[in-house]
Ligand binder design. Sequence first.
Ligand SMILES: *Cc1c(COP(=O)(O)O)cnc(C)c1O
Length: 469
Amino acid sequence: MNPLRQIPSIHELKTHPYFEQLKNTEQLSEESLTDLLQIVVKDLREQMLQGSLAHQEIDRKRLIELIFARLRKDLLAFEQNFLRRVINATGIVLHTNLGRARLSNEATAQLTDVAKHYSTLEYQLTTGERGSRHDLVEHYIKQLTGAEGAIVVNNNAAAVFFVLKALASHKEVIVSQGELVEIGGAFRIPDMMALSEAELISVGTSNKTYLTDYERAITNETALFLKVHKSNFKLLGFTNEVDTSELVKMSKQYQIPIYEDLGSGTLFDFKTYEIGDEPTIQEKVQAGIDLISFSGDKLLGGPQAGVIVGKTDYIEVLKRHPLARILRVDKFTLAGLEATLKAYIRGKEAQEIPTIRDITTSDKEIKKIANCFKQKLQTANTSFMCMVEQDYSEVGGGTMPEVKLNTYVAKLKHPVLSSETIAKQLRFFEIPIIVRIQQEMVVLDFRTIKTEELSFIVEALQSIEEEYQ
Ligand SMILES: *Cc1c(COP(=O)(O)O)cnc(C)c1O
């Protein structure tokens, strides 16, 4: 007898009480539920054809049980989104894989408001006429950076491409050999050059470039000097780099504009907290650089965006370029960005913007959180051993790679469970918890964990232990 005949028809399965039950409990239409049921049955049929289903399973009643068990499992998986919140216990503040900057309460509130309702995205309330989305945040950026103009695009990679394409396509761009960097996520300066059809004229050597190298490379075809922030690495030892201010003098002399890809770009002066030596965007503008671009979701602490600031003439060229329409940002980005920029204008960035708050939090404060966690874990009566120790966190996002932030971590060990098992089970939790493993221990860095999340982590550890007993 053909075992496939044992599979009940869709019609028959739909009259089964299990189906009725799912129809009542699930938030799915009958049609969608039927679609899912069909997929389950189709997969089962294929499995039977391939002979990969155990022989004793091929019994009508058991098949029905199996079909509905699989359907329930699919429905449960569907309730979880693929893009979902996680707890970042790595201490890496700008974790690129975990979404870089988290937004402030003010930014998320503004974003939600604009998302739910109609908005003034391209509408002028004073005249009742069409407005431009480009104007929404420009004056804040001008005020904060001292630049003459600004335009916001999708991300900083787009900004780099945009500037090269609009100002240097089919012309020459002079850049130091030592700055032909790869940032990660397939962003390489030479590739951006090729894509924008700008001719790359690299000068100097990997470790040393002098002003005279730039000068010798100037031709009638030179459209731009390009400076690129090295971001994710630091050149040490026998090196020479031309400071942008020196290059500015020469760019004025030869009337060739200079553009600097600042990478992260910060409005907040971390140097005053003795964290790294990142120049601020304001300092760069002051130095007289014609165009500067930076990311919205790195040190700025806002949504993903690429901000280009600079001299009016160049910004106007960009605004009128067809790429401005292609690379424009959406209303959610603008809402999040406006609220983030306003925190700087109000002088509340260190309190309100999570990225800045997390980077500047002292190890003393973090130690308190770590000890609070340890106490909660002890109260929970598990077999986990917990040690609070001094350690270092990273800024992440390819910014300030040499900076080590003093922090305190909890190192966890379990008499039975391996650190890999614990880390994996933590990832499978309702709100996945992402940890580091160091020397066979699970490490939780409290720099990136909110106090509200502590109890949740304890609960997760408790339930992992219970599940394995
Ligand atoms: C991060 C970075 C970029 C890319 O910025 P995105 O906002 O991620 O597109 C470009 N250049 C430099 C120097 C960077 O550090």
